[in-house]
Design a protein around this ligand. Structure first.
Ligand code: NDP
Length: 282
């Protein structure tokens, strides 16, 4: 049984780890991505930032959006933009609410103009509003479904004409292991991420004939600053102990899987769900 001081020590340790992990380690070179252009949603922080940086490191031009409803979000987006600027790629950044289809359509069109095309979409923007379902408000339910599921659909629908016309495209949707195995208080989140898996399969079927791969990554607990702030240390400890590898993931662990799925190495893989969870589901 964890004592309160033991729990505090665990939080300190996690924060140390997060600080140490802000600069992602170089990833394996998967090749074949140089010169492509990607849209990464919600790349101001965490997993989205790691994915955007990994793509840029591979020579991919990057357009990214974020919600930007507070000062911290803009500062976070500045960090992403500066990280991307270190690579010789074009960067396009905007605040776009993925719940608003008209904003999404406009962003995608402008990103295509700015980058000269688009070949990759990573649907990463996501939120959690955890609560027991009998206490959950309409807004908590709607916000999570609108952001995590409808937002991904709006982006997918907006890039589909470009991908179909060029008969090429890669889509990676960032789902969650909670789409496959839920926990208390996650009815809205698990439903949104489960819906995203079904959307992934449907889109793979519809876009496959146009040579478009659509896959999903299902991360387990990943050490992002915001997750560490939001999730009680006991749950983080349980997640660490519950994984076969005995550790939490890093954002760059997810970025590596995304890079693989965007590469030609994975050209015959579509409609799959790839858990990146350290064996949490094993
Ligand atoms: P963060 O909170 O660090 O980042 C979320 C990103 O989404 C931010 O850029 C945020 O923008 C953006 N965003 C939120 N709402 C909207 C919106 N309405 N329109 C546009 N952008 C929006 O999250 P993580 O990096 O931890 O998670 C990223 C994804 O990975 C999410 O989909 C999450 O569900 C999933 N995931 C995360 C896991 C984890 O352990 N961290 C585990 C499994 C899945 P802003 O900064 O402006 O708020």
């Amino acid at each position: 049984m964890e004592t309160p001081s033991g729990a505090r020590a665990a939080v300190e340790e996690l924060l140390d780890e997060v600080e140490a992990a802000t600069e992602p380690r170089p990833l394996m070179e998967v090749g074949g991505l140089k010169g492509k252009a990607a849209i990464v949603t919600g790349a101001s922080s965490g997993i989205g930032r790691a994915v955007a940086v990994a793509l840029a490191r591979s020579g991919v031009d990057v357009a990214f959006n974020y919600l930007g409803d507070n000062e911290r979000a803009h500062r976070d987006a500045d960090v992403t933009e500066q990280s991307l600027a270190a690579f010789d790629v074009r960067v396009y950044r905007r605040t776009v609410d993925c719940r608003r289809p008209e904003q999404v359509n406009d962003f995608v069109d402008r990103a295509v103009q700015h980058l000269g095309g688009v070949q990759i979409l990573v649907n990463n923007a996501g939120i959690g509003r955890d609560r027991a379902l009998w206490r959950m408000s309409d807004d908590e339910w709607r916000d999570v479904l609108d952001t995590n599921l409808s937002g991904a659909f709006y982006f997918l629908r907006a890039v589909a004409p470009y991908f179909r016309a060029q008969e090429y495209g890669k889509v990676v949707n960032i789902s969650s292991i909670h789409a496959l195995k839920s926990e208390f208080g996650l009815s809205n989140y698990a439903a949104s991420k489960g819906g995203l898996l079904s959307l992934t399969r449907s889109a793979a079927v519809e876009l496959g004939p146009s040579n478009v791969n659509v896959n999903a990554v299902a991360p387990g607990y990943i050490r992002t600053t915001r997750l560490t702030e939001r999730v009680p240390p006991e749950i983080m400890d349980r997640a660490r102990e519950g994984s076969a590898l005995g550790r939490l993931g890093d954002p760059q662990d997810v970025a590596g899987a995304v890079l693989f799925l965007c590469s030609e190495v994975a050209r015959h893989i579509t409609g799959v769900i790839l858990p990146v969870d350290g064996g949490h589901l094993a």
